[in-house]
Design a protein around this ligand. Structure first.
Ligand code: CU
Length: 68
């Protein structure tokens, strides 16, 4: 398992936080995703053989936010 921290723009409330966590957790290979709203960051635990940072970036993008 690997851990990555993504910096995410556009989250303003608890609802945004939940949307981003849900998007990340729905990806194959992602076992944990925790968003810190104040830090505008998501900490993701994932299997690097299955999930990629690029897939996470796309999932966040689709949810309406942006990985910076
Ligand atoms: Cu919001």
């Amino acid at each position: 398992m690997a851990q990555a921290t993504l910096h995410i723009e556009g989250m303003s409330c608890h609802h945004c936080q939940m949307a981003v966590e849900k998007a990340l957790r729905s990806l194959p290979g992602v076992s944990q995703a925790e968003v810190n709203l104040e830090a505008e960051a998501a900490t993701v635990v994932y299997d690097p053989g299955v999930a990629t940072i690029e897939a996470m970036r796309e999932a966040v993008d689709k949810a309406g936010y942006k990985v910076v």
